[in-house]
Design a protein around this ligand. Sequence first.
Ligand code: ATP
Ligand code: MG
Length: 567
Amino acid sequence: MRFSKCFIPTTKEAPSDAVLPSHKLLVQGGFVSQVGSGIYNFLPLGKIVLEKIRKIVKEELDKAGSQEVQLGFVTPAELWKESGRYLKYGKELLRIKDRKDNEFVLSPTAEEMMVDLVRNRIKSYKQLPLNLYQINTKFRDEARPRFGLLRGREFLMEDGYSFHESFEDLDREFDLMEKTYSKIFDRLGLDFRVVDADSGAIGGTGSKEFMVLADNGEDDIVICDNCSYAANIEVAKRAKRIPPYDEKPQMTPGNFYTPEVKTIETLSEFFMIEPYYLAKAVAKKALFEDGNEKIVIYFLRGDDTLEETKALNAVNALELVDVSEEELVKNGITPGFIGFEVKNTQIVIDIDLKDDDTLICGANKKDYHFVGYSLKDKFKDKFYDIAEVREFDLCAKCGGKLSQTKGIEVGHIFKLGDRYSKPLQANFLDKNGKSKPFIMGTYGIGVSRLEAVIIEQHHDDKGCIWTKESAPFMLDIIVSNPKNEDELNFGNKIYNELLSLNKEVIIDDRKERFGFKMKDFELIGFPYALIVGKSLKDGVVELVERKTLKKSVIKKEEILQKLKELI
Ligand code: ATP
Ligand code: MG
């Protein structure tokens, strides 16, 4: 490729709303341009990178025995009504009508469409397992599209769906997909972790996310410093907490007058005791799928925090919202003094409090707390893991120290079971001739998101630094002064030789200043630059590695061999 003929509009201007390096650099480097909120055009360089990512994804999936298909992007709403997701998916689902008033959705994911494709076509266990995938445009009307390609509304996703006769076979495929996805992210040169994840609204029995470690990530992940345990904070488990005092504090059970002492801090000071022994009550209003709502009181140790996703799952609600003091009072609840025995209200207690008999909690009476409360043999079905794992909590698996870090989700694998095959009546005949719904798995990779993620992990203050498998071109031949015939000829000679070897090379033959071309090289981030300049007359050229910006001087007779080995 000749730079002089390429459409690579690099610019010094960063988008005004860009806060992340990948967002700034992909626009500045002429890879993508924004069309509207969360919608991007891919320019030639951006498209080359996207195709490279897509190729790696395809190669590894094909190797694992998955088959590529391509589904329609516009999906009949009827299918989404059949699965029960049409309303449940909420505002992220873009619903449209055609000229005849038929309803459609723009596919945000394709479980329904894929089940529809397979049902009535695969009829017997003999035709299973089957794994189909596509790499196709998705649309999600995200509440907050931002960070460039990282959270778009229109984006490219690889989404795969597998069909099985049993859960055992699904488990086998799930492990295979974990390995396959790991290989893909390894090849792309990413530092990532596979973490336990929430099964969420889509429903299912097991789920893992692939998280690229990045300070700018939107996800919080918990990692064990000692073993391989890693989990999204939404589901992260911890070992039972160790009490702060060697001996149990002495408490004589009974009500205690605590005027105006409403917060954990003041209560801790009042009793001169660690918040560990105080039961904190967090009141929320839970909204349910059927339109119902109710107040739920969550109880945790005073120095623990309620984890929203865990709290949501504990009561099977769609959403949790705050509830005002007036509303609590109206329901006979005493804010600031709520205890376990609160009347006519659903309660959920954190699992770490199970069997605890040395607690101070509200007395459900204004200005009183109960001291020495025991949970032994009480509220048996009310205990759930609802607390957020804290830095240095201990690992439930090995007892090692847990630490927290940030990640960007690049992939997600999910055991669906019959969540979709059942309502869509997608059945097969098993070995005994019995009709059963398919057992399914679903798998997804954010292909366009990956283009930004690579840069998020590989850049410096000058620009992008593409990895070997993702680089738009491996080498940028910079002819310092194209008016000098010797320089231009030598550059062209190397360029043509490398092209004939199918090497990915671009020649910067633009009639621009050397400094300008060097800046573009640094901004765009090709792994290497070959500088053909004044020193050619002394028989040498310069090779620059983008990652380190280290230059080496090489004899012009030796450069071709050197490059052949390098790129
Ligand atoms: P997130 O929590 O980031 O919204 P998700 O759980 O909604 O992701 P999935 O439904 O599992 O995502 O989709 C599979 C993959 O698609 C994700 O792992 C992610 O890499 C990518 N993806 C999801 N939403 C977006 C988006 N708005 N823009 C770009 N890529 C996305
Ligand atoms: Mg999402």
